[in-house]
Design a protein. Structure first.
Length: 249
């Protein structure tokens, strides 16, 4: 747990997210984000720590740490770019090339398969990168954590001196039902989970997952042991439910 006092001198406004502009702080090699819609810090922390029990390499995802920012609950993550590198989102890559909004382009395609195939083809054409495996890993995680905010500004490539490569998985805060206003404590977890709408290729996590296939293996037994040692929270309860009920993970 960290505790940091950060002045507005360190504030960075990032535009283009599904929730509008988002304020983050960048200080001493860390990105800081305060809770805004729910307990995003808890969701970020649990979702990223879960991946330490997966077959993914540590370089393939960003770890988040919980703490307080100016006395408010939040999270932070280390800056993962070298000095000569730049994070370029799918949205920006496509917009710079075509002048069109990638998310709006998806509305012209009727199926998840078509949207995924279009994305893979366009990233290969524009950046020379096959993002199929990258998307497979992201969508597998989103299926587990019920990420409701996987928009095309948190799918990204890294540009460096040798061209483009997939970015590590980042920005999982709107997950584990933490900001879902339709959730009711009077309903069962199964009923609440059914209220979640996936993004960006399909409203159904299972549909996008079936199109791409499993992106990584997960040691469920060890992950559950770890999760039971964490602070009790609604987000922890949701993740436990997912680990105990999802098939194929």
């Amino acid at each position: 747990m960290f505790s940091e006092i950060i002045t507005n001198d360190y504030k960075m406004q990032l535009s283009g997210t599904s929730e509008g502009s988002q304020d983050k702080y960048y200080k001493d090699g860390y990105w800081y984000k305060e809770n805004k819609h729910g307990d995003e810090a808890m969701a970020e922390y649990l979702s990223s720590k879960l991946l330490t029990y997966s077959s993914l390499q540590a370089s393939e995802y960003i770890l988040y740490e919980m703490g307080t920012i100016n006395g408010k609950k939040g999270c932070r993550s280390r800056h993962f770019l070298a000095e000569d590198e730049e994070l370029v989102t799918f949205y920006r890559l496509y917009f710079n090339e075509t002048g069109e909004d990638l998310s709006k382009k998806y509305t012209r395609y009727g199926t998840a398969e078509e949207r995924i195939a279009f994305t893979i083809d366009e990233m290969k054409r524009i950046a020379g990168v096959d993002v199929c495996d990258y998307l497979r890993k992201v969508i597998t995680l989103d299926r587990i954590i019920l990420n409701e905010d996987r928009h095309v500004n948190n799918l990204a490539l890294i540009y460096g001196g040798k061209g483009f490569r997939p970015a590590p998985i980042f920005d999982n805060g709107i997950s584990l039902l933490t900001a879902n206003r339709s959730v009711s404590q009077q309903m069962s977890m199964e009923e609440n989970v059914r209220k979640v709408i996936a993004r960006p290729f399909s409203g159904d996590f299972e549909k996008a997952y079936s199109c791409l296939g499993k992106g990584f293996d997960l040691n469920i037994e060890e992950a559950v042991k770890w999760l039971l040692t964490e602070e009790a929270s609604f987000e922890q309860k949701v993740l436990l439910h997912q680990l105990e009920h999802l098939e194929g993970i």
